[in-house]
Write a protein that binds this ligand. Structure first.
Ligand SMILES: *Cc1c(COP(=O)(O)O)cnc(C)c1O
Ligand SMILES: [Zn+2]
Length: 419
């Protein structure tokens, strides 16, 4: 049973039927899924959710699907890690990492949005699915399409990490790289969607796809014991996840699952692709597109489709945002790995680096709860850090060589072996 009532234009409010539509015909505003919240409030309880399997479908009343979902049975419900060692370094007692480096099956937050989009694509009867991607979306669409038995075409800008090309092709998807940046890819894909009638998860299925991002926020609240954090830092690329985390928190209050605490939400962008942060810091609504140049390729979108809604969600919450340079991103990746044993990709380095700045700026107090969103896994982006880490030593298989090395490393003399 579905609780969706219709699609609704976010700008002028015009209503549309539940169909593969994403733009308002009257004002060109984006369409969003509308629910019957009164009915959800009556149907959904904490106990009901807690009794369900640990995947993103435990919040299915608040997701835009009709029947039983066939994809994503293991996606979502990733750990919320209480970071005691990192927290001690930063002077925070309640620091948490929401860890989508271990999202199933492709190790990024995109497994959430794609689980919902592919389920919806099947409900609409599509047989081919596709996407314009900076990399992580590609691997998620390719994997979920394979599982759902759908044909799959993937479009990415040239120069994305090898892990993302191999990680899409392996699932049998047709992968096409485009000479140009993500914004060029996206423009081409809009034309292909119109002409070929495929389900582009982040174009004509966008209203459904984006709803999947709410599960990141639902889980944070549930894992904090049905409480909202005081602060949450979220990366911004196209601008899907941040406003949806804010929406998730509001929905939980609206349907009575969380009692009215307030939260502040913060946007993190790489300095080499920070059009939303520029607008935020200038205090304007207009987002001036940039040409991305950063190692954080998965969030390198120079003309974010939903950038305006990021600004609005941040400002409404009383939050803020900042950007991080490539060296700051690398330092943050290393810091998280060294203190908590979590290897993030550059998008995660970006959110942590920005969280460090927000703490320094005094925006987050030592006794407040901070959640840092880590949205992708570092094993897929080894090239981003491989030149910034120590190379392994090479020695012969002789104890004498190791003894010499051990001393050279300043570790002191080895304990005398017992005879
Ligand atoms: C796609 C992506 C994001 C966020 O993108 P939005 O378009 O703003 O939702 C963040 N981190 C990673 C690793 C991603 O792949
Ligand atoms: Zn409209």
């Amino acid at each position: 049973m579905s609780y969706i009532t219709n699609l609704k234009c976010k700008e002028c409010g015009q209503e549309y039927p539940v169909a593969p539509l994403h733009v308002c015909e009257t004002c060109f505003g984006p369409l969003e899924v509308n629910y019957d919240y009164a009915k959800i409030r009556a149907a959904l309880t904490r106990a009901k959710i807690e009794a369900r399997p640990h995947n993103l479908w435990r919040y299915r009343e608040l997701l835009p699907v009709d029947g039983d979902p066939e994809v994503g049975p293991h996606s979502g419900f990733t750990p919320l890690v209480h970071c005691r060692r990192l927290g001690a370094e930063l002077g925070l007692k309640s620091l948490y990492i929401k860890d989508d480096t271990v999202n199933h099956p492709t190790l990024s937050y995109k497994d959430r949005v794609v689980s919902v989009a592919i389920t919806k694509a099947r409900e609409f009867g599509f047989t081919t699915v596709s996407c314009a991607s900076t990399g992580n979306l590609a691997t998620a669409v390719a994997a979920h399409a394979a599982r759902a038995g759908l044909k799959c075409f993937i479009f990415m800008p040239e120069g994305v990490e090898a892990g993302k090309i191999v990680g899409s092709t392996i699932y049998g998807a047709q992968v096409i790289t485009i000479r140009g940046n993500y914004d060029d890819v996206n423009r081409l894909c809009s034309e292909i969607a119109d002409k070929y009638g495929w389900a582009f998860v982040n174009i004509n299925l966008r209203p459904y796809y984006t709803e999947g991002a709410k599960t990141f926020g639902f889980e944070i609240a549930e894992q904090l014991g049905w409480k909202l954090p005081d602060h949450v830092v979220v990366p911004t690329a196209g601008g899907t996840i941040l406003p949806k985390v804010a929406k998730a928190f509001k929905e939980l209050k609206d349907v009575g699952l969380v009692k009215g605490s307030n939260f502040k939400i913060y946007s993190a962008q790489a300095a080499g692709s920070a059009p939303v942060i520029h607008a935020l810091h200038k205090g304007v609504d207009l987002i001036t597109p940039v040409k991305p140049d950063t190692i954080a390729k998965s969030i390198a979108i120079g003309n974010p489709a939903d950038g305006f809604y990021v600004l609005r969600a941040v400002r409404e919450s009383g939050g803020w945002g900042d950007s991080a340079s490539d060296p700051e991103i690398i330092d943050a990746i290393k810091l998280l790995a060294r203190t908590e044993g979590i290897f993030a990709e550059p998008a995660g380095g970006t959110t942590l680096a920005v969280a460090l700045k927000l703490i320094k700026q005094g925006r987050i107090k030592p006794d407040e709860t901070l959640v840092v969103s880590i949205t992708g896994n570092g094993y897929k982006t080894l090239e981003a850090v491989s030149s910034a880490i120590e190379r392994p030593f090479v020695i012969d298989a002789r104890l004498r060589e190791f003894d010499a090395l051990f001393e050279r490393l300043g570790e002191g003399k080895p304990a005398a072996a017992s005879a």
